[in-house]
Design a protein around this ligand. Sequence first.
Ligand code: ATP
Length: 929
Amino acid sequence: MRNNNLLGISNTEAKKRLKLFGLNELTVRIKTTTLKKLINQFKDINVLILLGAAFISITVCFYNNHLDELTEAYVLLGIVILNGMIGFIQEYKSEKALEALERLVSPRSRVIRAGKECLIDAKDLVPGDIMILSEGDKISADSLLIDDNELKSEESALTGESVPVHKTSYKKLDISSSLCRLSNPIYKNFGTIDNEYKLFTGTIISSGSAKALVIRTGMDTSFGQIANLTATTEKDQSPLQKELKSIGYFVGKLTFIISSILFLVGIIFQGQSIVNSLMFAVAVAVAAVPEGLPATVTIALAIGVQKMAKKNAIIKQLSSVETLGSTTVICSDKTGTLTQNQMTVRKAYLPTGYTLSFNGTGYNPKGEIHIVNHNQKPRLNKSHPILPSLKSVNTIQETYIKDIHKMMGIITHCNDAKLVRNGETWSILGDPTEGALLTAASKSGIDTNNIRKLKDFPFDSIRKRMSTIIHTKQKGYELYVKGAPDSIIEKCTHILKNDKIHKITTKDIKDIIENNNSMAESALRVLGVAYKPLVKDKLEDKESLENALVFVGLIGMIDPPRPEVKEAVNMCHKAGIRTIIITGDYGKTALAIAKDLKIVTNKNAKVITGKELDELKKQELKKILKDNKEIIFARVSPEHKLIIVDILKDLGEIVAVTGDGVNDAPALKRADIGVSMGITGTDVSKEAANMVLTDDSFASIVEAIKEGRTIYKNLRKFVWYIFSCNIGELITVFSAILLKIPAPLTAVLILAIDLGTDVLPALALGLDPDEPGIMNNRPRDPAERIMIKPFVLRFVYMGSIIGVIVVSTYIFDLFNSGWRWGEPVLDNVHLHASTLAFVLLVIIQMVNAFNARSEIYSVFRLKTNYYLWGAVTVSFTLVLGFINIPIIQDLIGSISLSIKELIILFIISLIVVFIEEIRKLMIARKKKS
Ligand code: ATP
């Protein structure tokens, strides 16, 4: 049933209905409650150890009536709780950030409102809206089919059945009454209508196109009523997150054992009170355990993901960030990813021997068509529409003009796009290829608004053509076809020349192929155009219809490369990342674009077509992919994409693959990084992908890879930073035991360092700008673990240096105050020395954060990290507060230091930079030699 006169509801009515029915959302998501999330923070083994210690201290204090020792236990408890809260806030924030990103890729719907087609957020759909659906769309509301073209829907989300089901429009629908009026009985009787005529939320259009009337939205849909489908899925963790989690457990257990031994040694051999001994054991535990690490990793990843979103790449899983950093091959589509997807028809070839050339820009239908290869080169434009006034063009045969008109008629009617005027500018709704054809046809004077179609067989990337049945009084029924030239020629038995149909000859075919090649070599995307007269009774079967066609001509359009891609390709070359074009377009067109973008530098770069691919055995293709670094796959279908991705993965490559169509989903899922297009991608491809590009550009993939590499490096930086600091603290505490001197740092002071001063610099390291040459190295091996020997040695050595410096300064201060070995330390002397040790440790750690910024480059060569400067300023202010505010002084046990002392401590702390700089210099020298 054709129904082109549906107007839909008005915008005001839509607003009213939105109020009445609510947003089209599934609201009963089973989410972890906020309280549960908060409690989860305290389930961590390390936090449990600290909590346990705090409770034991408090109990023992009460039991022994040592109320003077209670303060310390309370502070300890308070800090542990604060730690949990910080973790909770971080997790909450990162979750919110990810949710915001999810919203960016939330589905949109093409609807008719107030007689106009428009794109709206799917959550704004209301009953009575008319949706325009095409292949790859995910259905956003339960609806009734009012118009269909070979529609198949995949309903596995609802029924578990993955074989697509055929759907047809509802025959009993009375389209003369207002469909959109809610009083229409179909809204009430929807439940009684057979499923054959309905589309359901959550299902997918696997082929064909349709118009459907929205009947139920949100929780009223069948999908909304199935509660278990709405449960949130488990969030996956990245390999690094998992590795750190297990390291955290290991360190936690080890610490528990060591602290327990220390606790017993304190009571049995040193005769200390239970509380004192416990507090000391806790101090060691606190020093060793990287409390904030998992939360910091998550938030650093989440912030990184937000940064990527600003650069047009939306990551759907945190784990993909890491994988991105080790990508070795990008398999990219051509159209829209490497090119602008801004098509303009430039040339057309008609078998009579003439060539048309089109001028004008963009989708503006104003422009001229010149007939070239003709002595007088007459001009056809709007004032001389081709058909009605063809006699005015005296030097061209009338019959030839009829051929041109046939071509323009076909590309106008076999077309789903619409030209939209916004003031002086023109844009399109629908496929840019079709928009360009419509624009070109408009330049010939054809009225593109007066379209009378009977049935469409929509374009798909496997047949690579589209056809439409139309009916006119003069010619009766006709099939209009357009598509990839090869897929048209193979179906043609006849050819149109000078308004006469002839049998197609081998010479004709040779001519067509030559013209196709010549257009493709100048980077034009070429489409073949054909038609066939039809008999009324045989209008149904697409397979038999698209045969024995009459060839009309070729039409070539330019789709310029994106300007930013050249630099991105260059970056890939330097970064050891291979770019392979996998396109549905013609090989010569793809090669021309690839050469222009320098993806291909070799004259004889290999171009393999889908047909050739079918002939190849897996091993042969493997060898070709291994031996040929520069390779283009052309005229391939999405299934071929899956085969290529599989083999590349077999070869050990980490593959990012782009895709936009419904059939691309398996390849997107199979790839290490599936990349879908935010603008042109179908809902299905977006759902299957790990990353969605909001600008569809190849350059954004490369930016994301760069960001992925940077984030991974940054994670390493702060892991190194936190462990080197913790080891510094541990050594400080242990040295005191070994040297039999009073502990320089109490549990509370260590916690104050870890929480008050460590967290911010660590986070700032997660936001460090990229190091020089981040894209000049080969991709990282994804199997590489972070805690490998050199990495561990590096933080152990730095931690030891920090520990030695702090303990030496502490002992020096004790000596300076008149203490000698073996003597008891006076309280005020200890207070001064331990405050000194505390402040020095904080300053050294801050300075060490700058060391952490690069494993090999001097800190003075790096871009400024403003976050780190901010973090250091805040942390230093906190420390000044810790030692100068009387209440805090009493709570944590500190006193004020003079400015002179602070300056001296700062100068001492520079030792760690000096040592690291020498190490980095030695590495640079070694590299040079
Ligand atoms: P890529 O795979 O790089 O995005 P592509 O867009 O050319 O390239 P397909 O969409 O599979 O890939 O198109 C394959 C061929 O089908 C095109 O080269 C063109 O000749 C033809 N084609 C594309 N769009 C249409 C259409 N709307 N109608 C008819 N034929 C089309």
